[in-house]
Design a protein around this ligand. Structure first.
Ligand code: F3S
Length: 440
């Protein structure tokens, strides 16, 4: 690769590297987009041409030369650029892609223009599904979303449809039919889904940016670097949890993410089911740069030979964290379902609420996938007595800041993003205590 036009290096937060070709790597925070560590760069389309080191097959060379159209050429250029930066030797096939950058709130007019241009030039060639939007496609007026936002969001939906991306609109694609198997290579972008796929399902994916996941979906391949290589998946720090009190898995994830930083943790004492892992991993990926953890009791054996530090996490620290994230109790909104509620979580909440009445003290959102919503009609009917059951969106990527200012949630990930992206005073409570608060 010719990087003679480079300005800066991609090795530190805040740097940006103009690569002298059509993509620019940005490791700094951009307006409206949360901080990303250097290991999870964002890619923006610029101008120019590329020379490369990644070994390509004859077919891949043809794509790069533009013989299969400009859209596939641009997608290939992005994958090769990424591979070059991270020292990949080749591209490898992926089983699926999961694309973020779906809400108008997070990508804005510039992202919309990019998608509309790109949607005329390419289509995905492997199963690719989309992250949550900024609104519920059916109940956006009820949510309080305005016409302008709805118009822009609808154009984003149309662009992704034209690209062939499946309209799942969820951060839990693994509960909506896109469930990878152990050992499969993926190009997934949503941080909570990435960590679940790597850690619980045993698939192999880096935490992609939205454009690089889309490019991988178009080519059907990704560059082989990072978590696609077994040697990069070994834990470096062991974290011993003393105990996780009921409802505190999100806080355990939040703390483990902070302690691990950008190291892969091996966690002991993690006695939680699949939904516990869903919220634990999501919080960990939000508070740290963790896209993979291993844990005692996993169904496969991990190589623990490179652990360099052991940290104990007593229950008292979880309680301190709970206290520090408690905030006030005069909420405008109680938001449940980050990551999107599973059918089991919807059933749990409905069973706790079915014999109670709404307290009416604040608005309530239950966020879930359309697949989970459709699978539990009786439970959804119960929850609707207490608030809005929203599909396709969530409390972080919806324009919540135009509607509310104080939000309580049971999600560790939401505690990271509600104050930043959502401009909320955020309060953490366990699921069951929030169910108590919204009912009597
Ligand atoms: Fe999903 Fe939104 Fe939370 S995308 S993980 S519900 S921030």
């Amino acid at each position: 690769m010719d990087i003679t036009e480079a300005s800066g290096t991609p090795n530190g937060a805040g740097d940006s590297l103009k690569l002298g070709f059509e993509w620019e790597v940005v490791t700094t925070a951009l307006p409206g987009i949360p901080d990303r560590p250097a290991s999870h760069p964002l890619f923006y389309y610029t101008r120019g041409r590329i020379l490369l080191d990644v070994h390509l097959t004859a077919d891949e060379e043809r794509i790069l030369a533009g013989e299969e159209g400009h859209g596939r050429q641009k997608a290939m250029e992005l994958l090769v650029a990424l591979g070059d930066i991270y020292g990949a030797k080749r591209l490898i096939p992926i089983a699926s892609a999961q694309v973020s950058g779906a809400s108008f709130k997070t990508i804005g007019d510039a992202g919309l223009r990019f998608l509309e241009d790109f949607s005329h030039e390419a289509k995905v060639t492997v199963r690719s599904s989309l992250n949550p939007l900024g609104l519920d496609m059916d109940r956006w007026r009820e949510m309080g979303v305005d016409d302008r936002f709805h118009d822009r969001q609808s154009r984003i939906v149309a662009a992704y449809a034209s690209l062939g991306v499946e309209p799942l609109y969820t951060c839990t694609p693994y509960l909506s039919g896109n469930r990878p198997r152990r050992g499969q290579h993926l190009a997934w972008a949503e941080s909570s889904a990435t960590v679940f796929a790597n850690s619980v399902l045993g698939a192999m994916t880096n935490r992609e940016g939205g454009p690089s996941a889309l490019a991988a979906g178009i080519i059907g391949k990704t560059a082989e670097y990072g978590l696609h290589l077994k040697e990069n998946r070994r834990p470096r720090v062991r974290i011993d949890l003393e105990e996780i009190p009921p409802g505190m898995a999100p806080l355990a994830g939040y703390l483990v993410g902070r302690l691990a930083g950008n190291r892969i943790p091996h966690v002991t004492g993690l006695e939680i089911g699949p939904d516990g892992h869903k919220s634990f991993g999501a919080a960990m990926a939000a508070s740290g740069a963790v896209s993979l953890y291993s844990y005692s009791g996993q169904s496969w054996k991990n190589d623990l030979s490179e652990i360099e530090e052991t940290i104990s996490l007593p229950v008292s620290e979880l309680r301190e964290c709970e206290h520090s994230l408690a905030g006030g109790d005069d909420w405008d909104l109680v938001a449940l379902g980050c990551p999107h509620c599973s059918p089991a979580e919807l059933k749990h909440m409905a069973s706790r609420l079915k014999d109670r009445r709404p307290s009416g003290d604040c608005d309530v959102w239950f966020c879930t996938s359309r697949r989970a919503y459709m699978s539990c009609p009786r439970e959804i009917a119960v929850l609707k007595r207490f608030g809005k059951v929203l599909c396709d969106t969530c409390m972080v990527v919806a324009p919540i800041e135009t509607m509310y200012s104080k939000t309580a949630s049971d999600s560790g990930k939401a505690m990271v993003y509600l104050p930043t992206l959502g401009k909320q005073k955020a309060s953490f409570r366990t699921t069951d205590s929030l169910l108590e608060a919204i009912s009597r």
